[in-house]
Design a protein around this ligand. Structure first.
Ligand code: NAI
Length: 731
């Protein structure tokens, strides 16, 4: 057994409150020959592989290696749903030396190998979150038993953080479940719920949380049999056949490139390792894995992705009430308006355990919402994300109504009715008469002021914006809009609800467009202006994709709906004046019936997909040229086009930060990534400024603002005038 270089640990930070040697790991001996190794560091709610835990794990494994009576070992956490959260993100975030990162990967590999080398039958008894290193440690055991609990999530998410599983995951997972399945798990970085994990063979058995430890001990001692999940015939055939592996690898590579456009090095590096695993010795595979991890850990992409991860972790703190403890839990809620947004919000609430009453004046809207809810729940059931009894309960939790009454017991009611101030006010006035005095009234408005909606209500401190994005189930962000009078308790309880719905909340001030739509305004308008200037639509779309955005701006306008976009542009212009003055083209298109994807035509033409029936994007719509009469051609370079789009967005983002629309840079970054698809590899708008350099951005904005068409356009110069915050940073 190679010697562990424990001095390496000294370069890692020692977390506050960490116990002395031996304090993080316990060895229990419930019966002769059996040891239960319990990971239970007192300084963390959920353990991570930080310096004290690595130290104590090394000592415990040393002790076990010397224990000649050891026959069976169970590795577990402090409870059936608390094991280890994975590697210490602080360490990965801080590391700037590839060799040191490689050395730390090797250290973890050698440590885990000591577990694998123990001459005992080893069973991992895990549950709750089991990501990354936690799963890699489990993979060193002979069997893995997972708690069958809604909190259990297991997998190797490292590529999502710009690195790869570097403690043996790229070697042991393909050896366990075969190359194709391991590629799927590692390249997507998915965390699987219990039943999916069992089906894929990530674990060998599920156990009710209360039986987890007992069953694991019985398996370890041979009292209960538990077959190891094998990789299956398909996996075996692929692994044994070099030609088949080449084909699988090439398909996977194509898939990764299509998704990432080569912007993310981690999945590609992981892919090579996983595909080579069946024909590589474990030792040399591990070494290559450590080398690859070292290279990846120091890339800006990795740091950007970690910054976003940190932002989402910080967002969870919004659920704390101002006094300290947890904010109030909303167990029963109401939704008014069962259209596109309200129906989906109500369904998500019911799915996530909130008793929900949905009211819409139109019976048809209620019926459609209930049908859509049933469809969503059945889909979760089919994908094994839910069990039968959970699905039935989720269906029961949503009730429909055609009048605004029966909300007396709702702790929060969210309205998603038509976007008209009088309508929203009257809905809230009706609700205010029946809800409990401490209930919250939330609005999903995208363009009206929360203060204006709250006016005249008895408890304006309990009025808040809860701005979801369309499509509700897919979009990860919710803007929590704090009005001038909204109380801290209201913000915290609403943020907590958003978190429960699986969303990332960002608190924003009540300004026109809030944060996301305000920042999108100048960007989308710039795209339309570029088209009018004679830039080919394909070039505009390509420039945005090249910047790293997930979709071109003209297509995004079609998705949003040109009518909605025109309305949003108008309200931004009303609030901010010249700087937001927008082209009239979109309104003109709406006037001739072109409303985007939902109407079958906008900037692009849409046909119905014969298989799914869903609209499919086709050619650029020739009628747009008739309405716009664009210039014959433009002299702008591709870089100009890309920067006009990207920097219009960045400048407005920086201005929002300057004006305190969000409290911190990290929240701004999070909102730009999750709300508008700002490229995650850039880490968000402000991180992009830091990466590219504020000085260069300021100079570039000034040069873009000097272009003749910009100079001659009302207000456009202001749009490219770098905001004070950028100018300050450029110094
Ligand atoms: P929608 O038109 O699909 O649904 C509105 C529903 O409200 C309709 O079913 C209507 O029957 C119902 N309704 C109208 N007045 C009512 C009243 N007094 N009482 C009860 N029900 C009433 O509209 P959508 O798209 O769902 O938008 C709703 C709200 O969400 C608007 O404030 C909109 O600005 C906001 N929003 C919309 C987004 C989108 O992309 N569609 C995105 C984010 C926010």
């Amino acid at each position: 057994m190679s010697q562990l270089d424990l001095s390496l640990l000294e370069s890692m930070p020692m977390p506050d409150g960490a116990p002395g040697p031996g304090g993080c790991v316990r060895l229990e001996r419930p019966e002769p020959g059996l040891v239960v190794l319990v990971i239970d560091p007192p300084h963390r709610k959920l353990a991570v592989f930080d310096r004290p835990l690595m130290r104590d794990l090394a000592a415990a494994l040393d002790e076990l290696a010397r224990d000649s009576a050891l026959k069976a070992l169970v590795v577990t956490g402090k409870s059936p749903t608390a094991f280890v959260a994975g590697a210490d993100i602080d360490v990965i975030e801080a590391i700037d030396d590839a060799q040191r990162a490689t050395a730390l990967a090797r250290f973890g590999q050698q440590l885990f190998q000591r577990l694998a080398d123990l001459r005992a039958f080893k069973v991992a008894a895990v549950g709750g979150p089991v990501p990354g290193g936690a799963f890699e440690l489990s993979l060193c055991c002979d069997r893995i038993v997972l708690a069958e609990h809604s909190a259990s999530r297991i997998g190797l998410p490292e590529t999502q953080l710009g690195i790869l599983p570097g403690w043996g995951g790229c070697q042991r997972l393909p050896r366990r479940i075969g190359t194709p399945a391991a590629l799927e798990a590692i390249l997507t970085g998915k965390l699987y719920v219990a039943r999916q994990a069992l089906k894929l063979g990530l674990v060998d058995r599920l156990a009710a949380p209360e039986n987890l430890r007992r069953i694991a001990c019985d398996i370890a001692l041979g009292r209960t049999s538990c077959a190891r999940r094998e990789r299956g015939l398909w996996g075996l055939l692929i692994d044994r056949n070099p030609l088949a592996r080449i084909v699988v690898a090439s398909q996977a590579r194509k898939g990764v490139m299509a998704k990432t456009r080569g912007r993310y090095p981690a999945p590609l590096a992981a892919l090579e390792l996983v595909v080579a695993a069946p024909t590589t010795s474990l030792a040399s595979g591990l070494e290559r894995e450590a080398q690859a991890l070292g290279q990846l850990a120091v890339t800006p992409v990795c740091k950007s992705l970690i910054s976003i991860f940190r932002g989402t972790e910080d967002a969870k703190k919004l659920a704390r009430s101002p006094g300290g403890g947890d904010a109030r839990t909303i167990a029963r809620a109401g939704v008014i308006g069962g259209g596109v947004m309200g129906g989906a919000i109500a369904s998500l609430m019911a799915e996530r355990g909130v008793d929900t009453r949905l009211a819409d004046l139109a019976r048809k809207a209620v019926d459609t919402a209930l049908v859509e809810h049933a469809r969503a729940i059945h889909s979760s059931l089919r994908k094994r994300r839910m069990q039968q009894h959970e699905a039935e309960a989720a269906l029961d939790r949503l009730e429909g109504a055609t009048s605004i009454d029966g909300f007396a017991r709702s702790a929060l009611v969210i309205e998603a009715v038509a976007e008209k101030l009088e309508v929203k006010r009257s809905v809230f006035a009706t609700l205010a008469k029946q809800i409990a005095p401490d209930a919250i009234l939330a609005s999903n408005t995208s363009s009206l002021s929360i203060d204006a909606i709250a006016q005249g209500l008895p408890h304006p401190e309990r009025v808040v914006g809860m701005h979801f994005f369309n499509p509700v189930r897919l979009m990860p962000l919710v803007e929590i809009v704090r009005g001038a009078q909204t109380s801290d308790e209201t913000v915290a309880a609403t943020a907590k609800l958003a978190l429960r719905l699986g969303k990332t909340p960002v608190v924003v001030r009540d300004v026109a467009g809030f944060l996301v739509n305000r920042v999108l305004g100048p960007y989308l308008d710039e795209a339309v202006r570029l088209y009018e200037l004679g830039v080919a639509p394909q070039t505009i779309e390509r420039a945005a994709l090249d910047f790293g955005l997930p979709m071109g701006p003209l297509e995004l306008l079609d998705e949003v709906g040109l009518d909605i976009a025109a309305h949003a542009a108008q309200s931004l212009e009303g609030a901010y004046g010249e700087r937001m003055k927008s082209s009239r083209l979109v309104a003109k298109l709406v006037a001739v019936g072109l409303k985007g994807k939902k109407s079958g035509a906008g900037f692009f033409l849409y046909t119905s997909d014969p298989k799914s029936g869903r609209p499919r994007k086709g050619e650029f719509n020739p009628r747009v040229a008739e309405a716009a009469r664009p210039h014959a051609s433009s002299t702008l370079t591709f870089d100009d086009v890309r920067d006009r789009l990207g920097l219009a967005l960045v400048n407005e983002s920086a201005l929002c930060l300057q004006e305190g629309v969000v409290a911190s840079e990290r929240e701004l970054d999070l909102a730009t990534v999750f709300g508008m698809g700002f490229p995650p590899f850039h880490g968000g708008a402000m991180r992009y400024v830091a990466l590219r350099g504020a000085r260069e951005i300021v100079e570039r904005l000034r040069r873009l603002g000097d272009a003749p068409d910009v100079r001659s356009r009302d207000g456009a110069r202001q749009r490219f005038e770098p905001c004070a915050l950028l100018v300050e940073r450029a110094k």
